[in-house]
Design a binder for this molecule. Sequence first.
Ligand SMILES: Cc1ncc(C[n+]2csc(CCOP(=O)(O)OP(=O)(O)O)c2C)c(N)n1
Ligand SMILES: [Mg+2]
Length: 369
Amino acid sequence: MSPRTTPKKRSKPQPADLAKESKLPINKDLSKDDLVGFYRQMVRIRRFEERSLRVYQQGKIGGFLHLYIGQESIAVACASLMGEHDHMITAYRDHGHALAVGMSMDECMAELLGKATGCSKGKGGSMHYFAPDRNFWGGHGIVGGQTPLGTGIAYALKYKGLKGSCMTFLGDGAVNQGAFHESLNLAALWDLPAIFIIENNGYSMGTSQERSSSHPPEGLAARAEGYNMAWEHVNGESLFAIRDAVNRAMKRAHEEGKPTLLEIHTYRYQGHSVADANAKKYRTKEEIDDYRKNHDPLNVYRLYLLGKKVFSEDEMKEIDAAAKKEAEDAATFADESPFPETEAITEDVYWETDNPDQRVSEGRLFFND
Ligand SMILES: Cc1ncc(C[n+]2csc(CCOP(=O)(O)OP(=O)(O)O)c2C)c(N)n1
Ligand SMILES: [Mg+2]
């Protein structure tokens, strides 16, 4: 059999039809509060990140800062569907997911500055936000490293007999990692309630999808066919389209205990991280401008809400001002917070070091002499 043609480019952005997608079963009964709430969440993420970029430029953040600007619809739509036993785990571009599941700007901003009041007590930084109490399992720096962990969470749900799911987010660059393929295989083989969500923003650092991945003409998600797994390609410009597809995947997980692979078409306007000096060299200015002007999920959704008179221009501006103030206050909170004590460096690393009375293993623990 001759190989199928490998496409040279990822698909072009498609204009979303929010009016049509708002009538899909999962969206048609949303209240004004729900609809405005999604907007507020997306604006909060964007303003938080814009403020965090300034904090970085002021030299207050050590390490990396990967911004999610342009991808907000994904985290917000996915979080909006989570029930008691639905979980999330993602890579290092994790601020949007963290805020979407309900983490506060204060604990997130303080973490960026390495402060003791941060969600990981200042020891994780931008790439390692965690809130297990909100079913949010991080925040992982090794590309694709979160995929076996997400598969394990899905396995735990099945093992415990809980009706839930684990959404594992990854980038388009992570789909070539072995761990991802091992995860897909086990999730399909063992019928796990796992949902793998590729946030396809077209680039892994400075490498475009066309230079890194071979895939069937239908896209990266079609690789799921090889694992006998359900898959869909989704337009990330539309919060409604994402909710529709993720809801289908969640139902499959909850009711049939089966996995799904979703590929959501999206874009990042900023560089890979704020240290990406070449952000405008590996792609054209026209490409960035086109997404920003015509396909920005926040803008597209704002125009939809204004057009449908769900909220007024004034209400919209108030939401924006409140998000800016919240981000400003978080920056002050982070500034004024203390750094962790030096002794705290060995805490929260090994359970048995923190809880010697519950120790079961023999021998020398890493931090003990
Ligand atoms: C195993 C591993 N290899 C390489 C890196 C360096 N690295 C960090 S991010 C990245 C690109 C990943 O791109 P993608 O998965 O598309 O995610 P995005 O940054 O676009 O969200 C690379 C190669 C790493 N962190 N881990
Ligand atoms: Mg990418």
